[in-house]
Design a protein around this ligand. Structure first.
Ligand code: ASP
Ligand code: MG
Length: 392
């Protein structure tokens, strides 16, 4: 018996025509795969529209009610897709997160999946039906419908694949994951194979093609993942544990926008003040990124621009007046498994920075990536220069 989870994003099910096209594609896959489970996002911009709608009623809707509202988007698309399947003679059933046994925990709008009880899905599969499950949602211990955070349908799909022991195909609006986001560069190269680690690094460092939480899960449960488009399903990117292509250089350049760079001046190496500042940031749940001690009397770090107001408030509370906030920076990262054994990549990037006369504020590294914080006005020039220097 073979089984597969297919996930279709908002664009793939954005119109009735596209839903019919997706149904045809599922029909073709069903010809050679025994068990097919489909996970859908809400149609097109539905989730954003629901958010806008909520704001017109109350700018501060409770988490529970927001989750209740936002989860309806996926209910619409799953029912419509199941209808489209039935209309071409494919027996199917649509299920919400709770019907599919997806148990979740945590804040109602950013819940995580705790367990999956897939008996109901398995029963439907046993009678040869295609099961269409709403992405992005589950049910918590209190019986509330909860959502998994924006972009959470990828995670629903991979989690179901893990629970059922299937592989997971993620259909999106790009033919394959590329060396650079096609919106940021001309003619980037498609990547046919990636490791979980590279993909996770890319997704966390700004590549928006897949939700990082889904790759974390895939890696944990060894779920083979494919990412591609329903228009050219013969292309696409396979994501798995081992690298299958020997690469001598970097695999990808990713960009994280919406970054703010904060520099706080303190008395000569005032460790206590620094500890207070970071514990305050942690208490507020503010995610701090690159941290560096610049000289004896200032420390800098980055946050997302949405957090600026909260950080300002915190600095005020700590009676810290001497600070600066720059909200015109972006984080550009070069990523690749080859970095583990290949030296000289950082030096090549430094040459590019010098050649292009681009100043950087901060650098951070991981085993397989190097990130540069630069002024956003240089981002596209930097990307272009990296593309030609590394032949991406
Ligand atoms: N519809 C939700 C969103 O737009 C979940 C998803 O698309 O994965 O964030
Ligand atoms: Mg969406």
């Amino acid at each position: 018996m073979s089984g597969r989870v297919l996930k279709f994003g908002g664009t793939s099910v954005g119109t009735p025509e596209r839903i019919r096209h997706v149904a045809q594609l599922i029909g073709k896959i069903k010809e050679h795969v025994d068990d097919v489970v489909v996970v859908v996002s809400a149609m097109g911009e539905t989730t954003d529209q629901l958010l806008d709608l909520a704001r017109t009623i109350s700018p501060l809707g409770s988490d529970a009610l927001m989750a209740m509202l936002l989860s309806t988007g996926e209910q619409v698309s799953s029912a419509l897709l199941a209808m489209a399947l039935e209309s071409i003679g494919l027996e199917s059933v649509a299920m919400t997160g709770w019907q599919a046994g997806i148990m979740a925990q945590g804040p109602q709008q950013r819940s995580t999946i705790k367990a999956i009880y897939p008996e109901r899905i398995q029963l439907a599969l046993a009678s040869s039906r295609i099961v269409v499950v709403t992405g992005f949602q589950g049910i918590n211990q209190e019986g509330e419908i909860v959502t998994l955070g924006r972009g959470g349908s990828d995670t629903s799909a991979v989690a179901l694949a893990a629970a059922l022991g299937y592989s997971c195909d993620i259909y999106t609006d790009v033919d394959a994951i590329c060396t650079i986001d096609p919106r940021l560069a001309e003619h980037p190269k498609p990547l046919h194979h990636l490791t979980y680690e590279e993909t996770l690094e890319m997704a966390s460092l700004g590549a928006s093609v897949i939700d990082p939480r889904s790759i974390e899960l895939a890696s944990q449960y060894n779920v083979p993942v494919w990412v591609g488009s329903s228009l050219h399903p013969s292309l696409g990117t396979f994501i798995h544990s081992e690298s299958v292509e020997e690469r001598s250089s970097i695999t990808n350049v990713s960009v994280l926008g919406q970054v703010a760079y904060i520099r706080v001046v303190h008395r000569c190496r005032d460790q206590q003040m620094i500890a207070k500042l970071f514990s305050g940031l942690a208490k507020c749940g503010i995610n701090v990124d690159i941290i560096s001690q610049n000289d004896d009397s200032s420390i800098s770090f980055t946050i997302t621009r949405q957090e600026i107001a909260r950080v300002k408030h915190l600095l005020q509370e700590l009676d810290c007046q001497d600070y600066s906030i720059d909200d015109t920076v972006q984080k550009v990262s070069v990523i690749g498994d080859a970095m583990r054994h290949q030296s000289g990549i950082a030096s090549q990037v430094f040459e590019v920075l010098v050649e292009q006369d681009i100043e950087f504020y901060q650098i951070s590294t991981s085993e397989i990536s190097i990130s540069y914080l630069i002024h956003e006005q240089y981002t596209s020039r930097f990307i272009q220069a990296l593309q030609s220097a590394f032949n991406l």
